[in-house]
Unconditional design. Structure first.
Length: 225
């Protein structure tokens, strides 16, 4: 066989080998199937990383909105940080909300996983994005009573003065009787004088529930009836 032909065959084999080693393209298109389930999201919920990888390799959209959430919100809710990392590495949108308006960061904050929260933030998740009911990641962390997650969100610029359900985050925390979280929010600049739609304040809630330590803390921070 002529040397030129051999050289061409060798070059062709090198090109084919290089092409076969390239990652398969994935589907980053946003697809809304809010009334349907999804094999990809089901695999995420089950924590089955190989099945997730198979679905992605087959072209399943990483940014699909299904009846069970998005792939990332499902991973965050279930606490599957390895799967969340894989989805983000493949190009999943860290700000894509599910049908209820919950973002992956809000889901991770509600779940209480500092690792997932840091992962979402490092991927560009909006720290103050809110769900359809006004819930933010800060509010979700406060409701969960997770101080480490709260501090991570505050370090990233989380706003402690976004109200939801007619009350401030501080009011929700006081209603839960969480003294430590109350201290953290006040130190972060929470408005101790905010009043809800019904006229209640964090201080009035503390007094109604006989939470003396929290009441004293609020008064020292400048709260007035």
């Amino acid at each position: 066989m002529p040397k030129r032909v051999l050289a061409c065959l060798a070059l062709a084999l090198i090109v084919l080998s290089a092409c076969s080693g390239q990652p398969q393209p994935v589907n980053l298109e946003t697809v809304h199937r809010a009334n349907q389930s999804s094999p990809l999201v089901s695999a995420v919920m089950q924590g089955d990383l190989p099945a997730v990888q198979d679905q992605v390799a087959a072209g399943a959209s990483l940014n699909q909105v299904t009846a069970d959430g998005t792939p990332l919100t499902a991973a965050a809710t279930a606490g599957h940080d390895r799967i969340a990392w894989y989805l983000l590495q493949q190009g999943a949108d860290p700000n894509l909300a599910d049908a209820s308006g919950q973002t992956p960061l809000i889901a991770a904050s509600a779940e209480g996983s500092q690792r997932l929260v840091k992962l979402m933030l490092s991927a560009g998740a909006g720290v103050n994005a809110s769900g359809s009911d006004g819930t933010t990641a800060v509010a979700a962390a406060a409701e969960a009573g997770n101080l480490s997650v709260m501090r991570t969100l505050l370090d990233a610029g989380g706003n402690v003065n976004i109200a939801h359900d007619g009350e401030s985050v501080l009011m929700h925390v006081v209603r839960n009787g969480d003294l430590l979280m109350t201290e953290v929010l006040i130190a972060a600049g929470a408005d101790v004088s905010y009043r809800g739609e019904d006229g209640d304040s964090a201080l009035s809630i503390a007094r109604q529930r006989n939470l003396g330590d929290i009441e004293m803390l609020l008064v020292q921070a400048g709260a007035r009836q």
